[in-house]
Design a binder for this molecule. Structure first.
Ligand SMILES: C=C(O[C@@H]1C=C(C(=O)O)C=C[C@H]1O)C(=O)O
Length: 400
């Protein structure tokens, strides 16, 4: 099927109704309706989507009245964390895409038979206390530390979930708008079943250059400014955190190198301040070899050590042994891809997944942390609570 696409300027106004969102600071993409949905499952899901998307781009009939890099036929993307997930990995081309960048507005209109927006009138409530999930999580951490001490693996990222039952398809827009205003440095997203505000950029491509922000190593914010500064400084000097961070950066560089003419990373991590947390962060940059697409690279990069562990296959096996839930798109790539090869994929963190039908929906919030030899169950549990603050704030109002 060949898509008929019109790209033109419009007023830089955020639409009230949208089905997909990817936004950070003064740049935002809003999608309305679905002109086309490509889906895949299993081990080859990323490359299958890559091929299908390439074909869509090659056959599209485009009337481009704007001619700007990154403004064109675009698909929103969400890819599941695990190949064994029962959730689909999807690329969605909206019927109407509104791009707001600083004070400029663009729209991409796609003529199609596809579906209109679905009504979402139900406002979600509060998450359950999750005490069972807390106990199970601590046992999981103990189990993982035992395996790491026996040198079966070096690091594994374990997550837990909180569940909210909703009597109809939930309207996430108020929650997303709260996330955007409280976490302006994060990428706020909603694509298909995943939503949240992620601090971690898996990969961005812009005119052949790629960049990523690797996070691993976390500490809570202090309420007193001096204490807060001391926490940040001890994070950048903590052996456990630097060790954990190093795993993540080296795996990113190793995976990125074959696709790039050059890659470089900051020589030392910096501490990134979010409203509830400090993270150790390293920015990575590179130049893509000609013809390489974002999804080609992501197929190799995902899942990174920041969300799975090291070595990857051992970590993935341990996650499926210990965790009792399907992560769906949580901790998977989420973002957008444009026809000209540009795009941004964050890692779907600090949010959750929505599932259900009819009058029975569940919003599942997910948060996890990296477990290494020195990890303590109670401290790791506390870290998941800090990471849940974003979703609690989004739905429940105050920052608990
Ligand atoms: C897994 C999550 O976060 C990841 C794990 C981190 C850590 O263990 O320090 C830090 C940032 C993310 O890479 C999450 O937020 O759920």
């Amino acid at each position: 099927m060949s898509l008929k696409v019109t790209i033109r300027r419009t007023s830089p106004q955020a639409p009230e109704n949208f089905d997909q969102l990817f936004a950070r600071k003064s740049k935002a993409l809003f999608g309305q309706g679905e002109a086309l949905r490509l889906s895949a499952r299993g081990e080859n899901r990323i490359l299958e989507l890559n091929n299908a998307w390439r074909e869509v781009c090659e056959t599209a009939q485009i009337d481009d009245q704007v001619l700007l890099a990154g403004v064109g036929l675009t698909a929103f993307a969400t890819i599941t964390f695990s190949e064994a997930s029962s959730f689909e990995s999807v690329l969605i081309v909206p019927r109407r895409l509104v791009i707001i960048s600083e004070d400029q507005g663009f729209e991409v209109l796609v003529a199609a038979e596809g579906s209109e927006s679905e009504e979402t009138t139900v406002l979600p409530g509060e998450f359950g206390s999750g005490s069972r999930s807390a106990e199970r999580f601590k046992l999981g951490v103990e189990q993982a530390v035992a395996k790491i001490s026996e040198h079966e693996l070096e690091k594994v990222v374990l997550s837990r979930e909180l569940v909210m039952l909703v009597p109809g398809k939930p309207d996430l827009r108020p929650a997303l708008s709260r996330l955007r205003s409280r976490y302006p440095d994060c990428w706020t997203y909603q694509v298909d079943s995943v939503f949240g505000a992620s601090p971690e950029l898996l990969l961005r491509a812009d005119r052949g250059e790629v960049s990523a922000r690797v996070l691993a190593g976390t500490a809570g914010r202090g309420t007193d400014p001096d204490v807060d500064r001391a926490i940040s400084s001890s994070l950048t000097h903590s052996h456990k955190n630097i060790h954990e961070h190093q795993f993540a950066v080296s795996s990113m560089l190793e995976e990125l190198s074959p696709f790039c003419d050059w890659v470089e990373a900051d020589s030392e991590p910096f501490s990134l301040a979010l409203p509830d947390l400090w993270h150790l962060a390293t920015d990575v940059r590179g130049k893509l070899k000609p013809g390489v697409t974002l999804l080609d690279v992501v197929a190799k990069l995902h899942p990174t050590a920041a969300v799975a562990g090291t070595p990857r296959d051992k970590a993935m096996a341990l996650i499926s042994e210990i965790e009792q839930h399907d992560r769906g798109g949580y901790a998977g790539p989420v973002g957008w891809l444009a026809q000209d090869g540009s795009g941004e994929l964050a890692i779907a963190l600090r949010g959750g997944v929505v599932e259900g039908s009819g009058d029975e929906y569940r919003v599942r919030a997910l948060a996890g942390c990296g477990i290494v030899a020195e990890s303590e169950p109670e401290a790791e549990l506390a870290e998941t609570e800090l990471k849940f603050r974003a979703v609690r704030y989004a739905f429940e109002g105050e920052s608990k």
